[in-house]
Design a protein around this ligand. Sequence first.
Ligand SMILES: [Zn+2]
Length: 448
Amino acid sequence: MESIVRKEGQNCRNLRFKIHPTLEQEKKLNETLEYCRSTWNHLLSIRVDLYDRFDLSVSKSSLEKYLKNLDYPIHSSVRLDVFQRLCSAYDKFFDDIKNGRLKNTKPKKGMFVKRKDIPCGNNSSGFIKYDGILPKGHPKFKSKEDFSSFRYKQHGNGWKLEDNKLYLSKITGKSNLIKIDIDRLPDGELKTCTLKKEGKQWFAYLTVELPENPVPSTPENAVGIDLGLKSFITTSNDDFVEPPRFLRKAEKRLAKEQRKLSRMEFKSNNYKKQKQKVNRIHRKVASARNHFSHCLSKLLVEKYDLIVFEDLKIKNLVKNNKLAKSISDVSWNKLVQHVTYKAAERGKIVDKINPDNTTQVCSHCGTKKKEKLRLGDRIFYCSKCGLEIDRDLNAAVNILTKSSYYNPMHTVGLAGMNGCGDGASTTGLGIGSQVPPMNQQTLNLLRG
Ligand SMILES: [Zn+2]
């Protein structure tokens, strides 16, 4: 039972705080970021160069040894993190090839043409810059635009939080620490600190490992949740929630500007300008989405002991507009993620079930429909028992009853489902009306 809610890393929370560096500290932050980017490009160029010219693969350990001999004014754990990020990018690349997710893209010797031997970065030791073609999926050389963060891996080793101020080795002194806006930190052990530049502002992402909480053995209030395009969520209690209209609007705008970007000539001046615009809208959408997701997840976790979702890794949505789908995917993932950690904090259960057949089966008598429900069919009608019910509600009920934690003897979660054929009545939990409105700051952000 424990294993489902206590998967590795699930008990960690990642929190984002704005920081207020002085001008001098900001300069150091920017320099560190630039050194990290150089390190990435430098290590990558070594691997690529040796492979391309001499057909040699560099082992991780020799590359790490090499790294340790570089004289860089950044903390060793920050430098090590860059190295490990590169290693996992390579691991993913080779793994994708092995599992057939990348076809015909195995790197071939001589593939990395058009090499320009020009130094880049702040180090004069002569980095080799490749302007050639790397195979699809291969780790890429990073330009300033796509390198925006670096990380201290362990609290007490290079970074420290002291009285709501941030100590960062090689960036702050021991006495002039960086001001950080922390309103509340959950109980737990501080782990990593990631510094991220978003636009012109800097943020710190702190990871906290939460203490283990007991899991109730018999959940009393349970709910199944259908994630959909029409309603963002529909619960087995016949509550449904829409994301705020302006979030939808901002998402649509993001999609439009992204399409514009994709039609522009790569790396042209217009492209760069448009990329910045897209990034700006992206940040606004992310912030609004975060706010919405936090509010909704809080309500769900307060109300229920068992919350059942479809496993998003398996969920295969109707072939809709691809972009619309990918945007909803992000929001759904965010919600599931938020509900999962909030539930873990309070000792409640989150279960993820295989979504197969959840739309096709009658939630009252269990008969499976022969013909597939189309996207436009909003009502599920069962010819066997006569149930006539909203299709998303029908799915939500099936999602709940599929969970192995669900026990109809002990669990409330299907109120309103007894009137077969009359359609389900609302239980009046009214989650939809309780999702608090966006705060003014978020609204302004979105309008800006
Ligand atoms: Zn039926």
